[in-house]
Design a binder for this molecule. Structure first.
Ligand code: UD1
Length: 425
């Protein structure tokens, strides 16, 4: 196991290029199985979740190859549509393969998916939506068995703008017979990116990025090259890190739109923002102020994937902040670790009250999930002395090189291997 060592108390200064988006790369990789040929993806982040998806795809028969930041996927031959328990257990996003594999073939078996332990994360809406598209699904103890004699387009309204369900329906609909209309769809930019990719490959999708998406089925897709969008959560993490640690940084390769909700919170807390077409400069104030209320919401609201990092940032701010998590229950796993470092945080139901500024002190902490781990990194940058974050593999799920990026910005941060930390410790 790897761990991350941070010597706190150093301002951030400099510029970095933002990695490609995890949450766009994963569904686009799943979409590659709809093309009986070659898909080449640029700016594909080399993160653990992408490596997991590669392994799952290879076990299905897809040939993959990395070249620099380009990933080539050759899905000419798929030998099975049975996903193994080991593969599905490692990553929740494997559920996305359901729509794509049903679009490609007629039968899929899949154990229930895993992923970050941030709540129950049911898959009932995925099942309901696919059933409406002429898929027969048996939910067994060991997993799902799905069959179709051919996906048929339909008009449906989602009970909630779920990102994964919207993507699954789109993926199932691309090669379907007829037209599918998804109302109440999620509007996340990663969905727009998935649809932009599919359209370049020959799909006919309109309305992506709005709450009503229309997919006209086509007979086949063709070989494609595509640049994945920048990762707004990685960018937001570094923006929050700069606000908390002090200094000023420039993020290259991303415009303001996908990070607007995070930028609004940081502007309210006193940060300066200079916005260019394809880069953002963030300047921390001498006195960071708390933002009274932050509530996670579907896009364009404040992202749940930034909740933990912003909480760590608010620990450095003056005043009281109330964060409310509306998307996932059980997403406060980093709180006990932040408290161990000196944070004054009280949780009541879905809300967390942060009373700042907190005098953070370096100590041994444990990352329990991806974004909670990133929050501990931010806290470590602001803490007195050394913070040692165990369970760094959670952070590796979503960041290509968080230590390298922050080192480039002047942080004293490094990785070490052979972590023998007692998990309960
Ligand atoms: C995606 C993102 C994740 C992000 C989340 C919300 C990827 C790979 N992951 O996850 O990083 O935090 O969107 O922005 O893109 N739900 C059900 N039943 C279902 C499906 C979902 O009850 O069948 C609930 C979930 O438990 C959750 C809410 O709906 O409470 C939102 O989940 P959803 O938008 O589906 O998130 P994911 O697609 O899993």
């Amino acid at each position: 196991m790897a761990c991350i060592h941070i010597q706190g108390g150093y301002c951030l200064d400099g510029e970095i290029f933002v990695q490609g988006a995890k949450n766009a790369a994963l569904p686009i990789m799943a979409a590659a199985v709809l093309n009986r040929g070659v898909t080449r993806l640029y700016r594909c982040p080399k993160i653990r979740d992408v490596e997991h998806m590669i392994r799952i795809l290879e076990n299905l028969g897809v040939k993959t190859r990395w070249e620099e930041d380009g990933l080539t996927l050759d899905a000419a031959d798929i030998k099975t549509a049975a996903i193994s328990a080991l593969d599905a257990g490692t990553m929740r996003s494997s559920i996305i393969l359901l729509g794509a594999l049903l679009g490609r073939g007629q039968e899929v078996t899949m154990p229930y998916p895993g992923g970050c332990t941030i709540g129950a994360r049911p898959i009932d809406w995925h099942i309901e939506a696919l059933k409406k598209m002429n898929v027969q699904i048996d939910s067994k103890e060991e997993g799902l068995h799905c069959r179709t004699k051919g996906i048929i387009g339909t008009d449906m309204t989602l009970p909630y703008p779920s990102v994964g369900v919207t993507e699954n329906v789109i993926l199932a609909a691309v090669l379907a017979e007829g037209v599918t209309v998804v109302r109440g769809a999620a509007k996340e930019p990663e969905i727009a990116d998935l649809c932009a990719f599919l359209n370049v490959a020959g799909a006919k999708i309109r309305g992506a990025g709005t709450d009503s998406i229309c997919i006209e089925g086509v007979n086949s897709l063709h070989d494609t090259e595509y640049h994945i969008m920048p990762d707004r959560i990685a960018a937001g993490t570094y923006m929050a890190a700069a606000a908390a640690a002090g200094g000023s940084i420039v993020l290259r390769g991303i415009g303001i739109e996908p990070v607007q909700a995070v930028a609004d919170v940081l502007a309210e807390s006193g940060c300066g923002l200079i916005i260019y077409e394809e880069s953002i400069k963030i300047i921390a104030p001498s006195l960071l102020l708390s933002v009274r209320n932050i509530e996670t919401q579907p896009y364009p609201g404040f992202p749940t994937d930034m909740q933990s990092q912003m909480m760590a940032c608010m620990c450095s701010a003056y005043g009281d902040c109330c964060m409310t998590e509306h998307i996932f229950e059980n997403r406060y796993k980093a709180v006990p670790e932040l408290v161990k470092m000196g944070a004054d945080i009280r949780i009541e139901g879905r809300s967390a009250w942060i009373h700042g500024p907190c005098r953070m002190k370096g100590c041994h902490v444990l990352a329990k999930d991806l974004r909670g781990g990133a929050a501990l990194v931010i806290a470590g940058l602001t803490a007195d002395g050394e913070t040692i974050i165990h369970g760094a593999m959670h952070i590796d799920r979503g960041y290509t090189d968080i230590c390298g990026d922050l080192r480039q910005l002047g942080a004293r941060i490094r990785r070490s291997m052979n972590d023998k930390y007692d998990i309960e410790g």
